[in-house]
Design a binder for this molecule. Structure first.
Ligand code: F6P
Length: 331
């Protein structure tokens, strides 16, 4: 049986570049004479039969737009077998021959569940700002999120310097430090706290205070900007801010960048990655590959078992960590 119709959905936290990926899938499929339909609101669209027919006119002028025209959602129902079976039946009822899921780890678990009851290709495309998916060098949206964080940190540094304050900048990343580490390096931050290197709150506090003391001794102290991964500091960043203020007597402020990192026009890197991955995902569908995730390793497209995305933990790049240790100012 040849693939005549491909379904697409976006699920979980949206990421800049998801639209560029939808566009690439639609255009590549059209080129091969394959129709595409977009299911809305993640897996909910499969359950509610909420979909739109896609064609080149619908994806025109889309590559530069943030968000996702298919909307996104997290779908708790999809953890239950009867709903997964319903999704498979609905796909068959719509004559869909393959499904592409653009999302993160949670979305890929749903994709694997669907694959276990549906004997047609289910292909994942890694789209999340967190970059926490093992098996691929980068995920769609990650580079744009770093750029957004860097622009904000550059701005906050001006006011931090003017008031000689400490700023704690909380960035997203879920349980991974990719955004914090790389935005800290790119923005020239003074310190960074990431889950992969976090010891205890007590020890980390001492490290920051030591850094501040050595700055003061060398009379170089003006301000400190510290990037921190969300959900990391026990009790939240205001607890760290209070401890730092009382230990050092310096004014401390907290800036939570939050969902702003998920928005905006995708960077050219994300547009290119999304386009390459979307195009390759169509090829995987045509080749009838099942239970796989599209990935890139050293700029080459590859297909990896989808389970890898949650069974294995992606580590920070050692070389980047080494750089951080060399270039953050200690005194
Ligand atoms: O996974 C993407 C992400 O933006 C994480 O960085 C963050 O922890 C989470 O989603 C936020 O989710 P929500 O949009 O439900 O607040």
């Amino acid at each position: 049986m040849t693939v005549k119709k491909i379904g697409i959905l976006t699920s979980g936290g949206d990421a800049p570049g998801m639209n560029a990926c939808i566009r690439a899938i639609c255009l590549t499929a059209e080129h091969a004479g394959i129709k595409t339909v977009g299911y809305k609101h993640g897996y909910n669209g499969l359950l509610n039969q909420e979909f739109i027919e896609l064609d080149p006119t619908r994806v025109y002028n889309l590559i530069q737009r943030g968000g996702t025209i298919l909307y996104s959602a997290r779908c708790d129902k999809f953890k239950q077998d009867p709903f997964v079976e319903l999704a498979a039946q609905n796909l068959d009822a719509n004559n869909v021959d393959a499904l592409i899921v653009i999302g993160g780890n949670g979305s890929f678990r749903g994709a694997a569940k669907l694959q276990s009851v549906w004997n047609k290709p289910v292909v994942g495309v890694p789209g999340t700002i967190d970059n926490d998916i093992c098996g691929t060098d980068f995920t769609i949206g990650y580079h744009t999120a770093i750029q957004t964080a860097v622009e904000s940190i550059d701005k906050v540094r001006d006011t931090a310097e003017a008031f000689e304050r400490i700023f704690l900048v909380e960035v997203m990343g879920n349980k991974a430090g990719f955004i914090a580490l790389n935005s800290a390096i790119a923005a020239g931050c003074d310190h960074v706290l990431v889950p992969e290197r976090f010891t205890t709150a007590g020890e980390e506090l001492v490290k920051i205070i030591d850094k501040l003391d050595s700055r003061r001794k060398n009379k170089k102290f003006a301000s400190l900007v510290i990037t921190v991964t969300e959900n990391l500091w026990p009790g939240g960043l205001n607890v760290l801010a209070d401890s730092l203020a009382s230990e050092t007597g310096v004014d401390v402020r907290v800036l939570t960048l939050g969902h702003v990192q998920r928005g905006g026009s995708p960077s050219s890197e994300d547009r290119l990655l999304a386009t390459r991955m979307g195009t390759y995902a169509v090829k995987c569908c045509v080749d009838k590959m099942q239970n796989i995730m599209v990935a890139e390793a050293q700029e080459k497209p590859i297909a990896v078992p989808i389970e890898k995305s949650w069974l294995e933990k992606k580590n920070l790049n050692d070389y980047t960590v080494e750089i951080l240790d060399k270039i953050t100012l200690l005194g």
